[in-house]
Design a protein around this ligand. Structure first.
Ligand code: SF4
Ligand code: SF4
Length: 391
């Protein structure tokens, strides 16, 4: 019987170099790759043209110097990202034949499902068109020159539309899904977080009348172009970006000082904990950047872990582990998406979360004072040195 064995590796019959030479060759290659990343450049493998592309990556400096991201080995991280760029979609969803769980969920549970669905699709279509340079809206010829004022006006306008958490940072292209880089023609990004309603999350696992995650996505979709048009009216070019996560929003939100990582890897903000969905606008203006900040959240999460203990799919790990050069908790997105699809979006991790449901201030106030040292450093130091403080 003949067996059709596929050969993956063809080894040369003649020995052309010694093992030592092969090792030295790899070390030189590694040096070359690291030299590229020691500047602010990044190389990414392109699946469409089968070649490396180079991009400037000003966000790298922010991430690498951000103590709240826990990068412990920058070299390992950079090399890993070069070799394994993020996939555009979790595998469970990157499949044309998958059942349309979320469309059906919206039809049955959202009072105005049509508004959600038409917003999501028309907004995404516009994002793709503008990314390709088609039908671009006019940019006002008169520029608002004071960038501090511009930033403030954008924040106030975005907040008036319902984006509760807003911040500015540089894109770190290591945290962008593969093949999306070309669309990111500007480096400065405005993060926009839209709140999922408290009462809807509270009703899970029977959402009734609405859904939490798709409420967030649909409102991001509805208003992100308004923010972009507002920016254009102030004389600056920009592009609205999708809420679908091609830019990995968590790390950018931490860089923009919106919050700190939660136990399950997405970002807790003071405004709404993890009850947020993000979208963004990239802008052709050197807006003043926001700085990362310690909100004492990791300290709180370390003593809570309610999300991990109650996750029905076991997607949230008990311990941190080494992942792409960082020490972090990495939620198993395949387990999570499976549960999201069959259990009305699940969101159990949000429903049990004290910061997301009771509010940041209430949750923090429940911590003993000595665990709040990095939140209220001045009072703590005063107390620690023997002084008195008043609550
Ligand atoms: S449930 Fe507890 S551990 Fe999990 S994210 Fe919320 S505060 Fe942190
Ligand atoms: S949505 Fe559900 S399955 Fe996914 S991490 Fe949260 S609790 Fe776990």
């Amino acid at each position: 019987m003949s067996v059709n064995v596929k050969s993956y590796h063809e080894y040369d019959k003649e020995k052309k170099s010694s093992y030592g030479e092969v090792v030295r060759g790899w070390q030189q290659e590694k040096e070359r790759m690291l030299e590229n990343t020691l500047s602010n450049r990044i190389q990414r493998w392109s699946y469409t043209n089968g070649m490396f592309k180079y991009f400037n990556n000003p966000g790298k400096a922010i991430t690498d110097n951000n103590p709240y991201i826990n990068i412990i080995d920058v070299e390992e991280f950079d090399l890993s990202i070069k070799n394994h760029p993020f996939p555009p979609d979790p595998p469970a969803f990157n499949n044309k034949n998958r059942p349309n769980f979320f469309g059906t969920l919206m039809d049955e549970y959202v009072d105005d499902a049509e508004w959600y669905k038409s917003n999501l699709s028309s907004s995404y279509e516009r994002i793709l068109k503008e990314a390709r340079g088609e039908d671009l809206p006019q940019v006002n010829h008169e520029k608002l020159l004071d960038l501090n004022v511009l930033k403030n006006e954008i924040i106030q306008y975005a907040k008036s539309l319902g984006f509760v958490s807003v911040g500015v940072t540089k894109i770190d292209r290591r945290f962008v899904s593969v093949e999306i880089d070309d669309d990111l023609i500007f480096d400065t990004v405005i993060l926009l977080g839209y709140e999922m309603p408290h009462d809807v999350v509270h009703r899970y696992p029977e959402p009734k009348h609405d859904t939490a995650a798709y409420y967030g996505y649909a409102h991001c979709a509805a208003y992100v172009h308004d923010v972009a048009d507002f920016i254009r009216s102030k004389g600056y070019d920009c592009r609205a970006r999708s809420w679908e996560g091609f830019i990995k929003y968590s790390v950018h939100a931490v860089n923009a000082g919106l919050g700190n990582f939660s136990t399950y890897g997405i970002v807790h903000t003071k405004e709404a904990g993890t009850r947020l969905k993000y979208t963004s606008v990239i802008i052709d203006a050197e807006l003043p950047l926001d700085m990362p900040e310690d909100f004492n959240i990791e300290e709180f999460c370390a003593r809570c872990r309610m999300c991990q203990k109650s996750c029905p799919s076991g997607a949230i790990p008990k311990e941190e582990s080494r992942y792409r050069g960082t020490i972090k908790r990495t939620t198993d997105h395949i387990k999570c998406f499976d549960m999201m699809a069959i259990k009305h979006e699940c969101v159990q991790c949000i429903r049990v979360c004290p910061i997301s449901m009771l509010g940041y201030d209430t949750a923090m106030a429940s911590l003993p004072r000595y665990y709040q040292y990095n939140r209220d450093r001045k009072s703590y130091e005063f107390d620690y040195l023997g002084g008195a403080y008043e609550d």
